[in-house]
Design a binder for this molecule. Structure first.
Ligand code: 5AD
Length: 349
């Protein structure tokens, strides 16, 4: 283990076998060492800043059948909502007044929102709010649609690959195409977006080999952002009785991503905070440097239920940004609500 950790520290390429070895054999003091290494790299690249993005959940309707997700099309009991164009823009304006300069519009794959509607929303946000970054997280679209959104002013796109194991991907998404998902990520890159990929830790049927492959895939893709968190079961899905993802494996994954993609923007996810009451702090200590507090109108937040007990108040709500800032400061971090571009991009505030 010491040899592998030294290799990581020296910036040398790490093999699949070595990654698997880490996941299988790491003990508490090795994990501490790995997290310290990641933390140091985060400090060198972004200091002790944690970037806050205002999250607006625009729709809980979805045509996809992702077995793990509480808002999948098969869940007839899911409470569905979609925001009006005005509500979406107003949520961003509320965020702007709270100081946010980076917004993430996230939703299920909901055909109600045509490309033209998305473009109208983005243009309104970009013209009414000065110097803000807009991120979309609305799933797989055609190359042409991605291009049109980019031309309308979208800066970033989040599309987790979920797992790089094709067989496992097809197991957890009965009808979705693996190739389509991976191609979409390369399309987004080619068009010019700052891209976010990522995976869940502890999906039923996932092995350490799979996690190692996820890490290697991310290193190869070299995205500007990575979203990764533990799988958490949702009571109205076929995975309702499956085990939660594991905290240590999530922390190992965060630290490895930070070490192998030093300039990555890496959220401490809501799923991680839901899994463990110290999850957020541990995530930062493992190299994470982004949070995504929720700006959505209150009565819809509960309906955006991807997994059981999803936190939606306190530290996850943008209304409490002052409390969030205070608690971050107590942990030794400083919140930045600016655009927070990846440092490899020109515009960096
Ligand atoms: N547990 C953890 N993460 C989940 N996601 C969806 N459902 C779950 C779940 N049950 C994640 C997926 C998706 C992101 C928006 O939320 O990785 O890409």
């Amino acid at each position: 283990m010491k040899k592998i950790l030294d290799k990581l520290r020296s910036g040398k390429d790490i093999s699949r076998e070595e990654l698997i070895y880490i996941y299988k054999n790491i003990n508490d003091s090795d994990l501490e060492e790995l997290m310290n290494m990641a933390n140091k790299i985060r400090l060198e690249n972004y200091g002790n800043k944690v970037f806050a993005r205002g999250l607006v959940e625009i729709s809980s309707f979805c045509t996809k059948d992702c077995k793990y997700c509480g808002i999948n099309i098969l869940n007839k009991d899911a409470k569905r909502f979609r925001l009006s164009l005005e509500d979406i823009i107003d949520s961003c304006k509320k965020g702007y007044r709270l100081g946010f300069r980076s917004f993430v519009l996230q939703g299920g794959e909901d055909p109600y929102f045509t490309d033209d509607m998305i473009i109208e929303i983005v243009k309104a946000i970009k013209s009414e709010l000065e110097n803000v970054a807009v991120t979309l997280s609305i799933g797989e679209k055609t190359y042409e649609s991605y291009e049109a959104f980019y031309r309308a002013g979208v800066d970033r796109f989040l599309l987790r690959h979920e797992t790089i194991n094709k067989k496992l991907f097809e197991e957890i998404h009965e009808t979705a195409s693996y190739d389509n998902r991976i191609n979409a990520l390369y399309n987004l890159k080619e068009i010019g977006y700052a891209v976010g990929a990522g995976f869940m830790v502890g999906i039923p049927g996932q092995s350490y080999e799979d996690l190692a492959d996820d890490i290697l895939f991310l290193k190869k893709l070299n995205p500007e952002m990575v979203g990764l968190g533990p799988f958490l079961p949702h009571k109205e899905t076929v995975y309702k009785s499956e085990e939660k993802g594991n905290l240590r494996e999530t922390l190992i994954s965060l630290a490895l991503v930070r070490i192998l993609i030093p300039d990555v923007l890496l959220p401490a996810t809501t799923a991680l905070s839901t899994l463990d009451k110290n999850g957020r702090k541990l995530g930062f200590d493992a190299g994470a440097n982004v949070i995504m507090p929720n700006l959505s109108p209150k009565d819809n937040i509960e309906k955006y239920s991807l997994y059981n007990d999803k936190l939606n108040t306190g530290i996850e709500s943008a209304d409490n940004i002052q409390a969030i800032e205070n608690s971050m400061e107590a942990m030794g971090y400083v919140i930045s609500k600016e655009r927070g571009d990846n440092i490899r991009r020109k515009i960096c505030l």
